[in-house]
Design a protein. Sequence first.
Length: 151
Amino acid sequence: MGDENSFQDLIAELPNWNNGEGVGPDAWIEMMGSYELAVGYSLVFWPRFVVIDGYVLRAGATADALRQWEQATGGDRRAIEASMNHFHIADLHVNASKPNEAQLRYIGRVLQETHRAKLAADFPERQFVVQFTDEPGLDYLDYELTFWQEG
């Protein structure tokens, strides 16, 4: 994903630490993070899933919501999973300062990798497509991750 110097483009305040000499992302996390945030981020970067009627969905999905999507899509399994499992990267922090495109794309790529790994670990007998919209110049809400079962 890049060396420590490339993180200065993603974490703007890194060069300001250490009397202007800067710090790396690991040191910055040690100083700025919290255990509560680490626990919360674990749910984003190593997600949990539920299985409802053969659908693999993000944790928190309900059978009622599934029934609504079945009706809305005419029972298209791929569309149901893709819709119920989508995640706008810009919604990760709705009360934070506006992210930049580089941050959204970096986080989206990492989430795509972690979702692939977690789905493969949890469901080795199933095949998944994990899609991240990774193009320059999009509206920030269009940087989106989703997944569905293949086949």
